[in-house]
Design a protein around this ligand. Structure first.
Ligand SMILES: NC(=O)c1ccc[n+]([C@@H]2O[C@H](COP(=O)([O-])OP(=O)(O)OC[C@H]3O[C@@H](n4cnc5c(N)ncnc54)[C@H](O)[C@@H]3O)[C@@H](O)[C@H]2O)c1
Length: 313
């Protein structure tokens, strides 16, 4: 299959690219390198089944590219990913995440693409009343980022109704693993790892009892690969473990793997942070045959090992 991966130079996208190439597929990446990097594609560029187009997904040239390439599947991961930036500049967030998604869908239509697989976020659930959040939970976007991701989901359904373009939406919980940047707000695992390996003080916001559902990047990639097939058309699936891990426990696990002292500083909770989050992975098992396979301890060891090897290189 020929797959086009938007955001393929980013954390999750580049791990997906490596897996697709390893599975024998041809992969074209569209990325403007705004937060992704060529370093993430160091393995991919050694394959003659790989190509990178440095292009903004909002650029009309994307439609020409898809018309020429006719990708069977498009995995759409390119996005403005910061909730805080979306609050500071909602128009920019909408431009990348809504206009960008509309352009990707127009490109999919022009390129006779069979299916689009879309990366959405647990942010679309707002403050859920049930945890783990069921697959059919109501959406309640409470940030421009959540609104733009949900708009993307609505556009997918619209293009399916208009043109029969297949889609699957994957709602990702807190993804962690090699290549996640410690810059920004999303990657608490990479932030703690970076701090604990480099002797930089680490900070837990609140009393450490806030929980998140950490899912290892290889497991998320496996969800994308499964969704590229025939299963799950027209549906949204949560990709998470259903398990809540407190910030304090996460810090202990990473400190242990890094061989560092488990002594975070504490700061007041940040406005708008949810006290708890986890999503129910069972529908993804039933609909895609997917399940999380990497336990948190193993995933953290791999992540710390990767960060250590980067320090050496
Ligand atoms: N990491 C998580 O925990 C998480 C959770 C929920 C959802 N997601 C979603 O998964 C996707 C990938 O996230 P990630 O963590 O790998 O982030 P990332 O920042 O590493 O990857 C995003 C990629 O998109 C590219 N990009 C951004 N704007 C672009 C544009 N206008 N045109 C072309 N390329 C552009 C960036 O350069 C980058 O390579 C995003 O859609 C994000 O919203 C991630």
């Amino acid at each position: 299959m020929r797959a086009l991966v938007t955001g393929g130079a980013g954390f999750i996208g580049s791990n997906l690219v490596d897996r697709l190439i390893a599975d024998g597929h041809e992969v074209v990446v569209v990325d403007d390198l705004s937060s992704g990097s060529r370093d993430n594609l160091a393995q991919a560029v050694t394959s003659d089944r790989f190509r990178l187009h440095e292009l903004d997904v909002r650029d009309p040239a994307l439609v020409d590219l898809a018309t020429e390439l006719q990708p069977e599947v498009i995995c759409h991961l390119a996005a403005q990913i910061s909730v805080r930036k979306s609050v500071a500049d909602p128009a920019h967030d909408a431009s990348v995440n809504v206009e960008g998604t509309a352009r990707v869908l127009a490109a999919a239509h022009a390129g006779h693409t069979r299916k689009v697989v879309f990366a959405s976020s647990v942010a679309v659930y707002g403050r859920p009343s049930t945890i783990p959040v069921p697959g059919d939970a109501p959406t309640d976007p409470r940030s421009p980022y959540a609104a733009s991701k949900l708009s993307g989901e609505i556009y997918l359904a619209t293009f399916r109704a208009l043109y029969g373009l297949e889609y699957t939406t994957l709602v990702l919980s807190n993804v962690y693993g090699p290549r996640q940047s410690p810059e920004g707000e999303a990657g608490v695992v990479s932030i703690f790892t970076d701090g604990l390996l480099n002797g930089v003080p680490t900070v837990v916001y609140g009393d450490g009892s806030q929980t998140r559902d950490y899912i290892y990047v290889d497991d998320v990639v496996d969800g994308f690969v499964r969704a590229c097939g025939q299963a799950g058309d027209g549906r949204r699936f949560n990709l998470g473990t259903g398990i809540q891990t407190t910030d304090r426990r996460l810090h202990s696990l990473i400190a242990d793997a890094a061989g560092a002292a488990d002594k975070p500083g504490f700061a007041p909770p940040r406005l708008g942070d949810l006290p708890a989050m986890a999503v129910d992975p069972v529908p993804a098992h039933e609909g895609l045959g997917w399940q999380p396979r990497t336990d948190l301890g193993t995933g953290i060891k791999n992540t710390v090992e990767w960060a250590r090897s980067r320090r050496r290189s």
